[in-house]
Design a protein around this ligand. Structure first.
Ligand code: TRP
Length: 341
């Protein structure tokens, strides 16, 4: 049986303004996938966020992330955008069926939970359900390709395991989801302190930064002393090139190629690279910020987009739950007024 490709991913809503590394990693992939023909489910993982944040905070943050992805150019005509909690009923129902086949011992072995579960008196029961909830998100839409970072690999393994177990026991329902790894853009912190991260704000560029701030941060970026030809590119320099290339126009891309050659020959002036990078990034951010300000005013439209996405996602989810009911022989009471299965 040919299995149809279905993309699905969840974004955890966080308070902080995204930094450019996250943006290129997560949003960049999403923008690529939306060009494909396959259905693409993209949801805001507000239920997962409740494992760590207060409900009020999660509710505020999910609005922010919705606006960010819309401003970034995600097209609600092509991508099914919704909130995880809009499908809480379907998701949690499936999670019950999945978690019946997942032992507490297995949950305690999931690397991301292991550490936290060392102090069970401080770990919530809900946290223990993180992997089964994620499996439910994925399997509910019978998704096949899951674009997530490496940090989610262990969770995805649980989804695969549960899909296989379920299929073996009840018959073929779920395609086995697999990670959809793209190149995984990695930007380095401009202050030379490893990966770009919001915990080193001086070395990170945020989506809300203005062009002067960007210029200043990039001007001070750590590079190297280029005292001769090079065989391999220094990773901080490579990160500057990557950043520049990601936002460059055609002319700038040509210039970057020349600069790369100059680098290997040992005669690149880093100021030129930095100037170009700052210009390209600054231009992108200015445009993004205009878009974002526009979406911030359109709260009704944002709500409508999420509502429309939820309806489509729910319809598809109900088909899955129908299949599950057929195979397991258990249909929730409310859905069987005539008391037949
Ligand atoms: N756990 C993911 C993260 O923290 C978010 C997420 C929740 C997710 N459900 C998912 C990602 C389903 C992919 C598929 O990033």
């Amino acid at each position: 049986m040919a299995i149809k490709k279905v993309f699905l991913t969840g974004l955890r809503p966080t308070a902080a303004d995204l930094q450019l590394g996250n943006y290129l990693g997560a949003v960049g992939d999403i923008l690529e996938i939306q060009k494909k023909k396959a259905p693409f489910f993209l949801f805001i993982a507000d239920l997962h966020a409740l494992t760590t944040d207060r409900p009020k905070v999660v509710a505020a943050n999910r609005q922010k992330i919705a606006i960010t992805i819309l401003a970034a150019g995600i097209d609600p005509q092509r991508v099914i955008i919704y909130c995880q909690s809009a499908l809480a009923q379907e998701t949690l129902e499936l999670e019950i069926f999945l978690s019946r086949h997942f032992t507490v011992a297995q949950a305690l072995r999931v690397p991301t939970l292991k550490e936290k579960m060392r102090r069970p008196e401080q770990a919530s029961l809900f946290l223990l359900r993180y992997p089964t909830l994620m499996a439910a998100d994925i399997l509910l839409q019978r998704a096949t390709h899951i674009p997530v970072g490496k940090d989610q690999a262990a969770h995805l393994e649980v989804s695969r395991l549960l899909a296989q177990k379920f299929n073996r026991r009840y018959g073929q329902i779920f395609p086995i989801p697999r990670p959809y790894q793209t190149e995984g853009v990695k930007l380095m912190s401009l202050d030379g302190q490893g990966k770009m991260s919001k915990s080193h704000p001086q070395g990170a560029i945020f989506l809300g930064d203005n062009p002067e701030t960007v210029r200043r941060k990039i001007r001070h970026a750590v590079t190297e002393v280029l005292d001769g030809p090079r065989e391999k590119m220094n990773e901080n320099v490579a990160s500057l090139f990557l950043m520049a290339r990601s936002f460059a126009d055609e002319t700038e891309k040509e210039k970057l190629k020349t600069m790369e050659r100059e680098y290997y020959q040992g005669r690149l002036k880093f100021v030129h690279l930095k100037e170009l990078a700052a210009g390209a990034v600054g231009r992108f951010l200015a445009e993004f910020q205009v878009q974002r300000a526009g979406w911030q005013k359109k709260t009704k439209l944002v709500a409508d987009i999420l509502e429309h996405g939820s309806q489509r996602a729910r319809r598809h989810a109900r088909e899955t739950m129908d299949l599950v009911a057929g195979k397991t022989g258990f249909r929730p009471c409310a859905a069987m007024p005539n008391s037949q299965t």
